[in-house]
Design a protein around this ligand. Structure first.
Ligand SMILES: [Zn+2]
Length: 488
């Protein structure tokens, strides 16, 4: 009988925090069982030849929006296909009650099992959920979500403040379907997450992710841009300027300090935001603060993002902002790079800037874009790419070392990348249901030839193979998973 179910031979493994190592990888029962100088092909039931290729850990795209604008089941199916095409094997998706998603509110004890039911058996990657506590009733569900549902991370939207102010304040707004969504709610929310971190933090990080844009400043800047322009994406940038990221970040970080809540500052989009986030880390060295940026904020400016289709929150900004983000990626201040994938259709963008749905997909570009523009153009080490797109996200969101690395005992989630394969970005290349892409026309080099999920080749030579085999991963994994079977 073969010693390994699958062996990846002749490749160079890019191992986070370690380096690039020429080795063969033996896989048994979905996990990595051995890294060796050489594995005898006769010892493996199946073989992937990775000669002249790089073997990366499957990426962990930790900012995803399954089912925000389409049915959750459809998105789980089609958008995780797109993930595999770019070497992503785990997505961590945001979920909240209110408008979009399931378009309703209520206790998570009723709604979260529905979310799991809609996605069960649909996804091609493994997946988890960050949950946004939207109502005061949901506040007391934080502990239950961590302990019984495997939710290790949460979200608060700084810019929804005010959206709950309606004439009938007991009903809450149509959008958030919340009773009170403001800094008071955030403070209580942080206390809950900090308490869960105290209780369960030994098993993995419990944290709160923050979308930092300032509701009250956005209000006045939008009014000004509507009055005097400019139009288009430049107008959108000016309507939600970097100052709003900076001020809301300052508020959030003071509350994080008061509650000792571990936080993630999401999708930093500007020089001002990355400077403010770096200063927060300097001023509050005892706090656990992680910095995230997105592919589109690294890649695009309001002049190059293709017009209305490039509308996203926070907005795509200027060339100077893009450079500042790249500097922070290169010097190590940014911890994670994500896609913020939110599948929608060009027709949902429409002609009216203020009515267009924000967001778009990009998960298939995670490794290829970082390799092209990070490694090949700017000299970003491959090992750092494996950290930014995989290991750092896995650590931040309590998936490590089961996900995000190449080590005995870890899930055998791998992607085999050909550094010489160049493609021009178009919707077909990304294999998403989305019918457009703001990245269209970009030449990108370094694409996956195969992607392997828990020891099964699920993407091969440009196509997803087989049926959806992704599983919901309960986090922290050390708390919710049985110990791996000892390799030997
Ligand atoms: Zn998002």
């Amino acid at each position: 009988m073969a010693r390994y179910d699958l062996a990846v031979l002749n490749g160079t493994a890019v191992i986070p925090y370690t380096g690039a190592v020429r080795c063969d990888i033996g896989i048994r029962e979905g996990r990595i069982a051995a890294l060796a100088d050489a594995i005898d092909p006769a010892q493996a039931a199946d073989i992937v030849d990775a000669r002249d290729r790089l073997v990366f850990p499957g990426a962990v795209d930790s900012h995803f929006h399954l089912g925000i604008y389409r049915s959750m089941s459809e998105d789980a199916e089609s958008e995780t296909r797109s993930a595999l095409a770019g070497g992503v094997t785990t997505v961590v998706s945001y979920f909240r009650t209110g408008q979009h998603y399931l378009n309703k509110s209520g206790p998570y004890r009723e709604i979260f099992p529905e979310v799991l039911a809609y996605t069960d058996g649909r996804a091609h990657t493994d997946y988890g959920f960050h949950v946004a506590i939207m109502t005061s009733q949901q506040l007391e569900e934080v502990d239950w979500l961590v302990r019984t549902q495997g939710v290790a991370s949460f979200k608060y939207y700084m810019f929804y403040k005010g959206l709950n102010l309606t004439a009938d304040s007991t009903r809450g707004s149509d959008y958030t379907m919340s009773d009170s969504y403001d800094l008071g709610h955030l403070y209580l929310f942080m206390q809950q997450v900090a308490a869960a971190s105290q209780r369960y933090g030994d098993a993995g990080r419990i944290s709160l992710s923050l979308h930092c844009e300032h509701a009250e400043l956005i209000r006045i800047f939008i009014e000004e841009v509507k009055r005097t322009g400019p139009g288009g994406l430049e107008g959108y940038h000016k309507a939600r300027p970097p100052l709003t990221e900076r001020l809301s970040m300052a508020e959030a970080v003071i509350l994080a300090d008061a509650s000792r809540c571990p936080v993630n500052l999401l999708h930093l989009s500007s020089r001002e935001a990355v400077t403010a986030a770096s200063e927060a880390k300097r001023d509050y060295p005892h706090l656990d603060v992680r910095l995230e940026t997105t592919l589109h904020h690294l890649a695009l400016t309001y002049a190059t993002a293709g017009g209305m289709v490039g509308k996203v929150n926070p907005p795509i900004r200027t060339e100077d902002d893009r450079h500042a983000l790249w500097e922070a990626v290169l010097d190590g201040r940014i911890d994670t790079v994500v896609s913020d994938h939110a599948c929608c259709f060009e027709e949902q963008k429409g002609e009216d800037l203020w009515k267009a749905l924000p967001g778009f997909g990009g998960t298939a570009l995670l490794y290829p874009y970082l390799i092209s523009e990070g490694h090949l153009r700017r000299g970003l080490p491959l090992t750092r790419i494996a950290e930014l797109a995989g290991a750092n996200s896995a650590r931040a969101f309590a998936l490590y070392p089961r996900k995000g690395t190449i080590a005995p005992g870890s899930d055998a989630d791998l992607t085999i990348i050909d550094l010489d394969r160049e493609l021009t970005v178009a919707p077909e290349v990304l294999q998403s249901a989305q019918d457009f892409t703001p990245f269209a026309g970009m030449k990108v080099r370094g694409w996956p030839m195969q992607t392997i999920l828990r020891g099964r080749v699920v993407f091969d030579n440009g196509a997803v193979t087989g049926k959806a085999g992704g599983r919901y991963i309960r986090r922290p994994v050390a708390m919710h998973t049985e110990q791996p079977v000892a390799a030997g």
